[in-house]
Design a protein around this ligand. Structure first.
Ligand SMILES: Cc1cc2nc3c(=O)[nH]c(=O)nc-3n(C[C@H](O)[C@H](O)[C@H](O)COP(=O)(O)OP(=O)(O)OC[C@H]3O[C@@H](n4cnc5c(N)ncnc54)[C@H](O)[C@@H]3O)c2cc1C
Length: 491
């Protein structure tokens, strides 16, 4: 009974950080015996990538719910969220190697068996991208200057901005901040030499691709974001990461099999600490509403640092973590998702275009992404916001709907442009605000980097992508911070 109510380890957050840490800790039989719990407020694991499911779950337990979500995924039902599909192939290959490194040979085989087999997925397709204004302009036309978007001269300049200043060799510069160039984009020679008309043409595209405040970002960061967008999307992602494959479900099965207790639809609302009883977590649990308290002696918060603020007083953070949350505002992402897109797509939709392809909407300052299960996601980045009702979020939603109108059949487009809500039986639209998309803004000063996962109380740790002292890419911060926590828990 004891490990059910008073385990040694509790991990809060079932995103990629929480999953990697749970896999790593549960390899050790002694730690398993002392109890490992994983708490996730969403109905399923996966975190920011699988931000939820539209399904209703009354009366079921966590295991039944994830089983049902997985079966629905196979039938293409109730899928939601960008999935790992929207990430770069190289990143996913590295993440998968990390997942695999925590598995036994048997478990590796089990994962392969659990992952949904689906012959309809095309693993060899080369993804494309289009800039959508009145027409769909392909990359080739964009860079050759034969489109409505750029003049010949502007297309040359843009091409140079995308490909000349950044290339993936720079990825190795991570821990060498001395080598980083902190020139701010708006002060760069490149930008200052651009004419007024060119700046006006580039600005909305930069907002769509880089996010708000790109002018204040470093020149290198802007070039990297552009390079990544136009280069990385072409590679096909490793098969296990397709949204409907159910990777999060496969990892969950392995963890449960090892004896990790997983509670989904369970939110930690507050953490209390005293030296004798250690950590006491106050829970809001939709599945077991009466189980409101969980105690443990080692607590790991696998959620963005800004989110830890709601659970603990700032005094419980380490000095650098506290400085970081005070000074660094993360970026939010608003996503509008339309299901069954391929049946409602515009008559102008380019032939041979579909899943994995990306769209840029310069007028609406938004992006689009077609998933392999036929949904389309429109997204735009904003300065940090928590509420869907905030004016900036509402304004963003109307931009996303205008972007959607450009790629939908005319009958839907007209209704969307008027701002009407489309009856759900015609088109399933879903709006989500991801409070923290890319946690670390581009122009972070080295003085506020976070380099430690240990927090201000004995036994309290955090991990995730709020650790710019460890690396420059979010996934590398995830991997290094999880490793750091695991090492400390071993010592
Ligand atoms: C569209 C998109 C594209 C991206 N592309 C890239 C990319 O190409 N490369 C890259 O490196 N990174 C990318 N990122 C960033 C990447 O998603 C994050 O770094 C990564 O998902 C962080 O995982 P995490 O587990 O630390 O956090 P999360 O995924 O946010 O997981 C935290 C989990 O904790 C849960 N939770 C939060 N609070 C509580 C609570 N109080 N109680 C219980 N549960 C709670 C949440 O529901 C969530 O499931 C992208 C992000 C987005 C949104």
């Amino acid at each position: 009974m004891d490990i059910l109510t008073n385990p040694e380890f509790v991990i809060v957050g079932g995103g990629i950080s929480g999953l990697l840490l749970a896999l790593r800790l549960s390899r050790d039989p002694k730690k398993r015996e002392r109890g490992i719990h994983l708490i996730e407020k969403q109905p399923q694991l996966g975190g920011r990538f699988f931000f939820s499911s539209t399904f209703k779950f009354t009366g079921k337990n966590s295991e039944e719910i994830s089983q049902e979500i997985n079966e629905n995924a196979f039938k293409n039902l109730y899928l939601s969220g960008p999935g790992f599909e929207s990430m770069e192939a190289g990143t996913l290959e590295a993440l998968y190697r990390h997942v695999e490194s925590h598995l036994t040979e048997d478990e590796k085989n089990q994962i392969e068996e659990i992952l949904i087999q689906d012959n309809s997925l095309d693993f060899n397709k080369i993804n494309k991208c289009y800039i959508v204004k009145k027409e769909f302009v392909s990359e080739v036309d964009l860079f050759s200057g034969s489109s409505e978007i750029f003049t010949k001269k502007d297309s040359e300049l843009f091409k140079s901005l995308v490909f000349d200043f950044y290339n993936s060799n720079h990825l190795n510069e991570d821990n060498n901040s001395q080598a980083k160039d902190f020139t701010i984009f708006e002060k760069s020679t490149f930008w200052n030499e651009c004419g007024k008309g060119t700046k006006e043409t580039f600005a909305p595209i930069l907002t769509s691709l880089v996010g708000p405040q790109w002018e204040k970002a470093t020149f290198q960061y802007v070039c990297k974001a552009l390079y990544d967008f136009f280069s990385n999307h072409k590679n096909t992602i490793p098969p296990s990461f397709f949204r409907k494959k159910g990777l999060e479900f496969a990892i969950e099965k392995i963890l449960r099999h090892r004896g990790v207790i997983i509670r989904t639809l369970c939110e930690v609302v507050r953490v209390h600490y005293n030296k004798v009883t250690k950590f006491q977590l106050l829970l809001s649990d939709e599945i077991q509403p009466l189980n409101k308290i969980l105690k443990c002696s080692k607590l790991i918060l696998a959620i963005p640092l800004v989110k830890c603020l709601g659970l603990l007083p700032k005094e419980n953070f380490s000095p650098s973590q506290s400085r970081f949350v005070s000074k660094v505002r993360p970026v939010s992402l608003v996503i509008s998702e339309i299901s069954d897109f391929l049946s409602v797509k515009s008559e102008q939709w380019p032939e041979q275009s579909g899943s994995g392809d990306r769209l840029v909407f310069p007028v609406e300052r938004a992006q689009g992404f077609v998933t392999h299960d036929g949904r389309i996601l429109f997204s735009t980045k904003l300065e940090y916001e928590e509420s869907l009702q905030a004016p900036s979020v509402r304004e963003a939603i109307s931009r996303l709907r205008r972007a959607a109108a450009r790629v939908l059949k005319s009958e839907f487009a007209e209704e969307f442009k008027k701002g009407a809500r489309i009856p759900q039986n015609k088109l399933l639209e879903r709006i989500v605000l991801l409070p923290v998309a890319f946690t670390i803004p581009c122009d972070m000063s080295p003085q506020i980097e976070v380099k430690e996962t240990k927090m201000g109380i004995e036994g309290l740790y955090c991990c995730g992508d709020s650790f710019p002292g460890f690396a420059s890419e979010p996934w590398k911060m995830v991997v290094s911070s999880v490793h750091d926590v695991a090492m400390q828990l071993n010592s």
